[in-house]
Design a protein around this ligand. Sequence first.
Ligand code: SAM
Length: 206
Amino acid sequence: MSTRSQLTQQLGVVAGFDNPRVDLEQYRTPPELASYLVHVADLQDDIEDQRVIDLGCGTGMLALAATLRGPRQVVGVDIDGGALRTAQQNRQRIAARSSVSWVQADATQIPLAADGEPTVVMNPPFGAQDGNEHADRAFLETTADLAGVSYSIHNAGSAEFVESFADDNGGEVTHAYSAEFDLPATFEHHTEDSQTIEVELFRIEW
Ligand SMILES: C[S@@+](CC[C@H](N)C(=O)[O-])C[C@H]1O[C@@H](n2cnc3c(N)ncnc32)[C@H](O)[C@@H]1O
């Protein structure tokens, strides 16, 4: 098994969005955070030999990180076909051993048949910019229906919301972590060269 820092290095070649859409909150999760999420999930036996689904996979960062830890199957779902094309190219770049099924679909409409108890990983849109707070709720609703366990990234201060959502939907938050990353200027409203985003990562058993 590669170490976490080797995983971070391998993910360095994963390209981001060609023309990022602000309405879909398209930015690439930094390799450090993606490797953190997948390393933590792997330590909990939630990646190796498991079916892993990345909801809102974008250019594939989390799905591809999972392919490097021996999953049984990986599926990446995104609404944007252009992002999925980049994800396919990214798979070649990292020379992933496992294949990935890329599915163009709305992740909020339960795009896949329930099959076993997959591990869902996701960095969903937060809705923080457009006042549409908890846009991540619809992604959690799909997750509650699909997943055996999930790892999801949310904006800082989401613990109460995520815990009560899990409680109300037959889930339980078993682990919570804080992280931060620098997001390079991507959208017009980004006035600085980069901004530090504080996030929380939750493991939920469903
Ligand atoms: C913050 S980006 C994360 C991208 C990628 N998972 C990563 O970690 O780099 C959010 C992603 O959710 C996708 N998305 C937004 N709304 C969606 C929806 N309703 N169904 C599927 N994907 C959606 C966007 O296209 C974008 O790729």
